[in-house]
Design a protein. Structure first.
Length: 339
């Protein structure tokens, strides 16, 4: 069969896979941006900022990808966990006071880690309650899932407004993570470096759990053939509760990190971020942690590059990116499942 008889999209995919696969797409995007920007220091600053932004979006998107891809649950209430995590993290940071703003780096980091831990634990507990009360009655019914999770989101947002009010809340940033590091003319915020490293640690942990442990094997087997796994004596419903709790905890963790990144938060934070989160999940592919990471990095880099090069296109850039990728790979870049 000649090359001309093979569809162009198939030939393009084969060519990319031959030279390292879709995981090289962020590198390709960064190279194109380097050519267009022309200033190495500016390009490096934008690239590092994009990677850090992508890692924070990954924390939020990976949880939704797990729930959506592995459990087949359309959870439109996911943004409530992001918002709650942001407000709880900000509240804990404010309570700790001198721990965060003082001159002791150890106390600074301890305060931040306590805030992130509080948000993550709350997200896990709230996820358990949400799954048991809201999601459990509507498994296998996507229309009812959409309706009931949107309703739960509205209730959650009203509760957040009731507790914290509608005024913007400032988020103190730990003193040790304040400021920038300048290296070879490139200025990098310390907080962005921390955000990138935290996201990387979370990704490695999730990858190892899902691919190198018995728990991960059971979860993946339950997705493929639930009846067979249950016939072997395993309680798939308990495993899926853990998946939902993990996804909600990650959303809350991402919200807490994003709160420190923004410095000022409102009750609309989660709803605003969900657009990017859904784009990442769709680009990466359902149920794929690697796909979520890849999609988040592409979105973060694209947002920063386009905002610098063509500011008026910044809002539409990631939508255009999603459209282009779906025209090429309808199931996303690295889907774990195809539905």
């Amino acid at each position: 069969m000649s090359d001309t008889s093979i569809p162009f999209r198939t030939r393009m995919s084969a060519g990319i896979d031959r030279f390292g696969g879709v995981m090289l797409l962020p590198v390709v995007l960064a190279f194109i941006a380097f050519v267009l920007i022309g200033q190495p220091s500016t390009w490096a600053t934008l690239t590092i900022a994009g990677l850090a932004m992508g890692m924070m979006i990954f924390l939020m998107a990976s949880g939704l990808s797990l729930i959506f891809g592995l459990m087949d649950v359309l959870n439109f209430g996911h943004s409530a966990f992001v918002t709650a995590g942001a407000f709880i993290g900000a509240t804990v940071l404010a309570w700790l006071g001198f721990w965060v703003t003082g001159g002791n780096p150890a106390l600074n980091l301890a305060g931040l880690l306590l805030a992130i831990a509080a948000a993550t634990i709350f997200g896990a507990l709230a996820g358990w309650f949400f799954e048991r009360v809201v999601i459990k009655p509507v498994y296998q019914d996507h229309l009812r899932q959409i309706l009931i999770t949107v309703g739960a989101l509205i209730v959650a947002e009203e509760l957040i407004l009731l507790i914290w009010g509608g005024a913007p809340i400032p988020v103190p940033r730990p003193a040790v993570l304040t400021g920038s590091i300048v290296f070879a003319g490139v200025s990098v915020e310390i907080y962005r470096i921390f955000a990138f490293l935290l996201g990387l640690v979370v990704y490695v942990a999730m990858y190892l759990v899902l691919n190198r442990t018995r728990l991960g094997l059971l979860i993946r087997a339950g997705v493929e053939n639930r009846e067979m796994v249950e016939a072997l004596g395993f309680r798939i419903d308990r495993l899926f509760i853990l998946v939902f709790m993990a996804g909600s905890a990650l959303a809350a963790m991402g919200g807490a990190m994003w709160a420190g990144y923004q410095g000022l938060i409102t009750a609309a934070l989660g709803s605003e971020m969900m657009i990017l989160v859904f784009i990442v999940v769709i680009i990466g592919g359902l149920g794929s942690i690697q796909g979520s990471l890849l999609g988040a990095l592409l979105v973060g880099l694209m947002a920063n590059y386009v905002a610098f090069l063509v500011p008026k296109m910044a809002l539409a850039s990631n939508m255009l990116l999603m459209m282009a990728i779906l025209l090429w790979r309808p199931y996303g870049l690295l889907p774990a499942v195809k539905r």
